[in-house]
Design a protein around this ligand. Structure first.
Ligand code: BGC
Length: 820
């Protein structure tokens, strides 16, 4: 896959000096949404196909180098002689990823936590407009793969473990994106639920599970009109997703009526004829299989040209629907960074999920002083790594935001607590001949050091290298400390912790070093632009000092806000639910010193919390985007109610969750993985097993309290209407996410969940305010997939409905009879 690298690194190198064609007016949503009904659209596409040569047709079916790259992930050249423009394709899920600044929105999991499709629509609108403004035609997002394993590296890029919620949000976001004229690509179709072995793992899954769990979001995306679908890397039931006829044709086209085009994930194609026949239309980012090999296959008669035409037709039909084939293509709007920032802030506040709040720890007051602790308390943690990483317009330090909110005269102190970037190596530790703080290497020169590192007492050392340009090779006692990871490994190294505050790349290595002298050899190459690097370290001793400083800051303040992080990225899964590094010890020490400690989690997904009982409060902010500092501060001080609820169950530990204890279930054995939990994914598994999560799906606290009463359920043409009262019983305005769960049908002999999410409603209620809420549980949610009949069957008979504030906080129960 080395062919994909130049474009990826180009993204970093291009910098800001790229001109983007930006015109003043936007493509009106209406012109896009209803374009397919324009008269003559189909005949225009057919007319073009009849004029295209085989070479030209094939050129529309695979990526190629962009002659004027904007730092985006992909490019498909057009056919200028026929007025077919090129396509530029950019990631991604949390904002437009090009080599220019863009609105870095909160991670999709934070958006999802708001349980608010209308907010997802506005989130999509920001990305849609920016994508067009930044010279893009296709967005490689949203991602709707379900959160199946808490370890999966991309859990922050997607929405939820729940199919209904994911489906609602993906549909709303796609409408928002496409309404601005940007073509959306729902990804990764399908069952790309983990990063471990994602290029090859064979997911074994039965039909009922597939339809009831993972596919619902994709189906919703298709129903919302997604222009494109991205095929996944993995195999599904023995066949790669990008050449899987059961998925690409039987489900996507024949069952769901998808009319857009299917592209591969980057370098996910494995064949020419098989893939095209199965229903793949476009290979990205190059033409390994859909370039010359495809032309040859047609010329040799291995595949009829009509198959090529079919794929071209699908691409052109979407372009036509978006007005891209019109003589005057829709004008590109200008960016609106203020509007983007406003939505980023609103989403981060709306999704902020308060997991715990004891002893009135929150909201904060400035009196008595506040200690901010943790590396991500001063450095803003904007987004995760990999293709979802966006160059933010701006990002503030949470410490500065807390200081400014606390006001003049307030005591706000700061302690690092956990050292991410290492400390200066004291004199005498390294033998002469190196400037460990700023070693320069001139362009074109190679610099070598062969010296010693002397350890006074045996200790655990983390050696941290910061560098520009090519990575220096560092050997300690003959061991390569920072080996270059082959393939995509180097690219997918995390979002925050791999760059120093001044932009240098960072790599770390932790070792137990014996007392005495160790041989240290370094080779650094100046490359074309010269190189700068520094070598730093932390040790058990420096760590103890960092913790001691944090503890004394915590003691001196009335309240503590401790920012904890976990830096996820695509391309790799976590191996533990624990916080990385020594953060757990830091939290234990700080909470022991001051129980009025709030832990703010900037993490990708669930975290185990052996330290929970000592804390005053825990606020889950995930990766909050460029306005994260302001949003976090607003929630901490109670300027807004924490509006988020968990879209995934948080397990108590690594041994009690849906994929624990059976390597065939996760991460797979001999390249195969069995979805043997079946339809009992996410919160359904906890119910099926009677297992206790640390925090259940749907959980999240408000600063006020709510009471529920008077539930009624009655059948309606759409399904069942469940209505109930919700009352704000506290003294502040607040947000509640009322949830409806449905029990199984007595009439079905299919596997059914103890309860599924039937619907939800996000409510903002003033102090003392009461509202009657009606949630429609749709027929689809009341149905199960019958694998023998290959279709949905309605679960008739008496069905139970629960109303509550989480999957485990069920306050009301009612029932209705579901008929045919
Ligand atoms: C990711 C996709 C992304 C693509 C282009 C792949 O590695 O899996 O989600 O859209 O790269 O950057």
């Amino acid at each position: 896959m080395s062919h994909a690298f130049p474009r990826r690194s180009a993204l970093r190198l291009l910098g800001g000096a790229i001109a983007v064609a930006a015109a003043a007016t936007g493509a009106g949503p209406a012109s896009v949404a209803h374009a397919e009904s324009r008269t003559g659209a189909g005949s225009r596409v057919e007319g073009l196909i009849s004029k295209l040569t085989l070479d030209e047709k094939v050129s529309l079916l695979h990526g190629a180098t962009d002659p004027a790259p904007l730092g985006q992930a992909g490019h498909v050249p057009g056919v200028p002689r026929l007025g077919i423009p090129p396509l530029r394709l950019a990631d991604g899920p949390a904002g437009v990823r090009v080599a220019r600044h863009a609105t870095a929105l909160p991670a999709p999991v934070l958006l999802a936590s708001a349980f608010d499709p209308s907010l997802a629509h506005r989130y999509g609108q920001v990305i849609g407009r920016e994508g067009r403004a930044l010279g893009q035609d296709v967005l490689l997002s949203p991602m709707v793969n379900l959160i199946r394993t808490p370890y999966a590296g991309r859990n922050f890029e997607t929405f939820s473990e729940d199919p209904l919620l994911s489906g609602d949000l993906v549909a709303a976001e796609i409408r928002g994106i496409q309404g601005e004229g940007l073509i959306a690509t729902v990804k990764h179709f399908a069952l790309n639920n983990q990063e471990k072995d994602r290029m090859s793992v064979d997911v074994r899954v039965d039909e009922q599970t597939m339809h009831e769990v993972e596919l619902r979001g994709f189906e919703a995306a298709v129903a919302a009109g997604s222009g494109a679908v991205m095929g996944a890397y993995n195999k599904v039931n023995g066949t790669f997703a990008c050449e899987n006829e059961a998925l690409l044709t039987d489900v996507l086209r024949d069952r769901w009526g998808f009319e857009g085009w299917v592209m591969t994930d980057w370098s996910a194609a494995h064949s020419t004829v098989a893939a095209l026949t199965a229903g793949l239309d476009m290979e990205m980012p190059d033409g390994t299989y859909f370039g010359d090999a495809l032309k040859k296959a047609v010329r040799d008669g291995a595949v009829p040209e009509a198959r090529v035409d079919r794929a071209v037709r699908r691409v052109l039909a979407v372009m036509d629907r978006f007005g891209l084939l019109d003589r005057s293509a829709p004008a590109r709007p200008a960016r609106d960074p203020e509007a983007g920032a406003a939505v980023a802030l609103e989403v981060a506040k709306a999704g902020a999920t308060l997991l715990r709040n004891e002893r009135h720890t929150l909201p904060l007051t400035a009196g008595g002083g506040i200690a901010v602790i943790g590396p991500t308390g001063s450095l803003p943690f904007v987004s995760g790594g990999g293709s979802a990483h966006v160059v933010p317009d701006r990002a503030d330090s949470p410490l500065d935001a807390v200081k400014s909110r606390a006001g003049r005269g307030a005591q706000v102190s700061y302690a690092l607590g956990e050292d991410l970037f290492g400390k200066v190596i004291p004199r005498g530790v390294l033998s002469a001949g190196i400037d460990a703080e700023a070693q320069g290497v001139a362009a074109g020169r190679t610099w070598r050091y062969d010296g010693t590192l002397t350890v006074a007492d045996a200790d655990e050392w983390t050696l941290v290298i910061h560098y520009s340009g090519e990575r220096p090779r560092v050997f300690l006692d003959g061991e390569d400390l920072y080996p270059v990871v082959p393939g995509y490994g180097e690219y997918f190294q995390g979002g925050l912790v791999t760059a120093a505050p001044d932009g240098l790349t960072v790599r770390r290595r932790t070792l137990n070093l014996a007392k005495g002298a160790h041989r240290l050899e370094i080779t650094a190459k100046g490359g074309a632009g010269g190189q700068l690097f520094r070598l730093r370290r932390s040790t058990g001793t420096t760590r103890a000092q960092d913790v001691a400083e944090a503890v004394s800051a915590a003691r001196a303040a009335r309240s503590v806000v401790l920012f904890a992080y976990e830096d996820a990225t695509e391309g790799q899964d976590r191996t533990t639910l624990a916080l990385p590094g020594h953060q757990a010890e830091l939290i234990e020490a700080v909470t022991a010193a001051n129980p009025r400690t709030t832990v703010v989690l900037n993490t990708s997904s669930s975290t185990s919390m052996p330290w929970l009982a000592g804390t005053g409060a825990v606020l889950q902010m995930y990766y909050p985007g460029q306005e994260g500092a302001a949003a976090t501060t607003a929630v901490l001080f109670g300027d807004c109610d924490p509006g988020g609820r968990l879209t995934q169950s948080f397990p108590v530990d690594d041994d009690h969750h849906p994929v624990a204890g059976d390597p065939r279930r996760y991460p797979g054995v001999d390249g195969t993985e069995e979805y043997s939990e079946g339809i009992h994914a996410g919160h359904r598994w906890y119910d099926a097993e009677g297992a206790r999560p640390l925090f259940p799906f749907g959980h999240g606290l408000s600063y006020t309290s709510f009471a529920y009463d008077d539930p009624r359920a009655r059948p309606s043409p759409q399904g069942v209407e469940v209505s109930f009262n919700v009352r704000n019983t506290g003294r502040r305005d607040g947000v509640e996410v009322a949830q409806v769960y449905v029990g199984p049908s007595p009439d079905l002999r299919l596997e059914q969940a103890v309860r599924v999410l039937g619907g939800y409603r996000r409510l903002t209620l003033g102090a003392g305010e009461s509202r009657r809420v009606t949630v429609v549980v749709e027929r689809r949610t009341l149905s199960s997939w019958d694998a023998e009949r290959h279709g949905w069957v309605l679960g008739t008979g008496r069905r139970d409905f629960w109303v509550g504030a989480s999957s485990r906080d069920l306050r009301l129960r009612t029932a209705a009879r579901v008929g045919r």
